[in-house]
Design a protein around this ligand. Structure first.
Ligand SMILES: *[C@@H]1O[C@H](CO)[C@@H](O)[C@H](O)[C@H]1NC(C)=O
Ligand SMILES: *[C@@H]1O[C@H](CO)[C@@H](O)[C@H](O)[C@H]1NC(C)=O
Length: 363
């Protein structure tokens, strides 16, 4: 049979007309099916290498081998803060009072008490103020006054400790302050963690933005390499005040994390310890953490460096559309459940996203 050009044209035309919708249909379906994980790889599982709590906002924190993760953040993290004695009861942070970082905190796990002291204390005997770490309603009712504290344009209820408890710190800071503990009314998340965006209502204690700050040790190493290449000293991760530090696979991979999961190690499987703990805890990564000048303050001296790491980060870490003039370090997270987490626990990224966009909760 002879095939004429006309036949060929006819068949091609027919195939095109009938085939095109099918091609478009499946093509569309394919496009819709793509998720960020198709072009952003899900990193391999690593582990938690450090857990840190900062019992008093802006004061020195402590490293712990294991800790209870609550919906509101790690147990005892930012449970207290200092306020001024104005009518407002305004919160005090390292931003204005960098000496706050010279106030040390420790937890006596045996007696369940918070111990507050002052770095390089020359007084004899050294100042040590001790309060219950998990005070009962009765203790609070008898020993504190339930009033309010002002933080980031909002007023929240707070139990104010008496002047006698705060006196050594007022003397040390050269300003009158009072210690407060979070009151009973939830301080609902704002910004990217707001109920409308998160899909549920979560609350925090006195942290600025979110229950948990998650960081990747590879990122501080990368930043330190850059600092040292320019002749500056390396800095510790403590400057960024993270709660959970993981051994990430690549520096800055966390910029795209969307959900993460922490679980007991394989070796804990079946053990009675594992049964006591929840199998795994998933956290929603609500946004990147846009930074201020606080990481310039050396926690050992309370002195702020004029430039670093702020200036260096400004050259290459302004990566979030929602925070054009701020550098990002670390990820803000909201846990979906509660349970104990430990250094050495398995850490997995379960979803990634290209859509993080910072919304400041600190207005
Ligand atoms: C109030 O504080 C004191 C000193 O810590 C303690 O002995 C007392 O039991 C507290 N009151 C209550 C009701 O717990
Ligand atoms: C496990 O998670 C649930 C829900 O968040 C919580 O109520 C419970 O206390 C947790 N169990 C342990 C052992 O932490």
């Amino acid at each position: 049979m002879e095939i004429t050009a006309r036949d060929l044209f006819f068949w091609l035309f027919t195939i095109l007309i009938t085939g095109l919708p099918i091609i478009i249909y499946f093509g569309e379906k394919r496009v819709r099916k793509l998720s960020p994980s198709d072009w952003i790889p899900i990193p391999p599982a690593t582990e938690i290498i450090s857990l840190r709590i900062y019992p008093i906002k802006s004061c020195r924190g402590i490293e712990v081998p294991s800790v209870k993760l609550l919906k509101t953040g790690l147990d005892l993290d930012r449970q207290w803060m200092f306020i001024d004695v104005s009518e407002k009861h305004k919160f005090q942070t390292i931003r204005e009072v960098s000496k706050l970082t010279l106030i040390n905190t420790a937890i006596n796990w045996e007696t369940d008490e918070l111990e507050i002291s002052i770095a390089n204390d020359k007084s004899n005997p050294p100042t040590k103020v001790v309060v219950p770490a998990h005070p009962s309603e009765e203790w609070l009712a008898e020993n504190t006054t339930l009033t309010h504290a002002f933080i980031w344009s909002e007023t929240h209820d707070a139990y104010v400790y008496p002047e006698s408890i705060s006196k050594p710190f007022s003397d040390f800071l050269d300003m009158e302050v009072r210690l407060v503990i979070r009151g009973p009314t939830p301080r609902v998340l704002r910004g990217c963690g707001a109920p409308k965006l998160l899909g549920r209502t979560e609350a925090i204690k006195w942290a600025d933005m979110a229950p948990v700050l998650l960081t990747n040790v590879r990122s501080i190493n990368e930043l330190n390499n850059r600092l040292m290449q320019r002749g500056y000293d390396a800095i510790t991760l403590e400057r960024f005040r993270p709660n959970i530090v993981v051994a990430g696979s690549d520096a800055w991979a966390e910029d795209m994390w969307k959900t993460v999961k922490m679980s007991p190690r394989e070796s804990d499987h079946g053990s009675s310890e594992k049964k006591k703990r929840n199998a795994s805890i998933i956290m929603d990564v609500t946004s990147r953490c846009a930074r201020c000048h606080v990481p310039n303050v050396d926690p050992d001296t309370g002195m702020a460096h004029k430039e670093q790491p702020f200036d260096l980060m400004y050259t290459y870490r302004r990566i979030d559309e929602g925070a054009k003039y701020k550098s990002c370090f670390g990820m803000l997270c909201a846990p979906r459940s509660e349970g104990t987490i430990k250094v050495g626990d398995k850490f997995e990224v379960t979803a990634v996203t290209a859509e993080h966009k910072f919304i400041s909760p600190m207005k």
